[in-house]
Design a protein around this ligand. Structure first.
Ligand code: NAG
Ligand code: NAG
Length: 317
């Protein structure tokens, strides 16, 4: 194994022509989220105990809040719900723009935590799902660590189980019709990549690089000595070749990335219970009923919020 790693390092060093330099094309900070994302007041497709509200409601109830250096997105944590009525108010945002080849850097200070919560930052084109593919950058339920990054596709896109990444592949087939839409996931090696541990250290950075021949997802904890040059300073240009081994690497050898993935929106959503968080609530160590908690214990959701410092999008220009 050691020889193989050394060889690939040599190959990389010998091919500077492939250097992946990107320029910042968009940057979302504070109020910028209102200009560049739509609020989706839709029924939760995953049957969660939430009620996605529109922008006016979110602002009026302070479920979203923008300052000069922060954007907060949370679910309601004060209301006891009528069990026969709609779910807990929450927010689902979708970027106005779509992206193909790009790098998205997400600087998170805090992510939603708590039993029953199911937060996600991901990319897809909902109109053509699953034909246009789905890339989950940050997703999980019930505070279970670590984070997993996952692709979901139409039939015919697979990943080798062993590849050059820090995380561990969970299964090879990205097809949504296989294994109950588990997708071809990669569990991160860093246990601080999700939930309370992420929040305790002040968050960190997630980055997705999408090209026509591969995807990579990196994660760097706040304060890590490995945060690449240009990330914390938000440089106008970045070179992903200098970022080291990613947590998740999705090569294109047995999955034609350009064919399986359309131009994607960035989506940020926060649901409760439902198809995943509800189904695994007890096995994930949460007591009682997820829906009872969601209805009757608003105080259980005071930590169920994203605090996003910025999302920067880089493209090849
Ligand atoms: C809205 O939320 C922000 C961020 O959590 C907080 O600083 C502010 O005080 C809240 N405003 C109101 C009116 O509660
Ligand atoms: C409720 C909701 O919109 N859930 C979506 C959140 O994000 C994941 C992707 O990680 C989707 O699969 C869910 O449908």
């Amino acid at each position: 194994m050691k020889a193989a790693v050394a060889l690939s390092a040599l190959v990389t060093a010998a091919t500077p022509a492939l250097a992946a330099t990107y320029l910042m094309s968009e940057s979302f900070i504070g109020e910028g989220f209102y200009d560049n994302f739509d609020f989706q007041a839709i029924a939760d497709p995953t049957h969660g105990r939430v009620n996605y509200v529109d922008q006016a409601t979110a602002v009026a109830q302070n479920l979203t809040y923008a300052s000069s250096d922060s954007f907060i997105l949370r679910m309601d944590s004060t209301t006891v719900l009528d069990p026969a009525g709609p779910g807990r108010n929450s927010v689902r945002l979708r970027s106005k723009n779509t992206y193909t080849k790009h790098v998205a850097v997400i600087n998170l200070r805090h992510m939603p935590q708590g039993c029953g919560t199911w937060p996600a930052i991901w990319e897809t084109l909902e109109a053509t799902w699953p034909a246009g593919g789905e890339v989950d950058i940050l997703e999980g339920v019930n505070d279970v660590i670590p984070n997993a990054a996952t692709l979901h596709t139409s039939p015919g896109c697979t990943m080798p189980m062993v590849r050059e990444q820090l995380g561990a592949a969970t299964q090879p087939d990205c097809d949504t019709a296989v294994n109950g839409n588990a997708g071809c996931g990669v569990k991160f090696s860093d246990q601080t990549s999700f939930g309370p541990a992420l929040n305790a250290q002040g968050g960190g950075w997630y980055a997705l690089e999408r090209t026509d021949s591969f995807m990579k997802v990196w994660y760097w904890p706040r304060g890590s000595p490995n945060v690449p040059v240009g990330i914390a300073d938000r440089n106008a240009d970045i070179n992903t070749d200098n970022w080291g081994t990613p947590q998740a690497f999705f090569p294109g050898d047995t999955c034609n990335i350009a064919e399986y993935f359309d131009a994607h929106n960035i989506i940020i959503n926060l649901t409760l219970c439902g198809d995943w968080a509800g189904a695994t609530f007890n096995t994930n160590g949460c007591a009682g009923s997820c829906v009872d908690l969601a209805n009757n214990n608003p105080g259980a959701f005071t930590e169920a919020y994203f605090d996003i410092a910025n999302i920067d999008v880089y493209t090849v220009q």
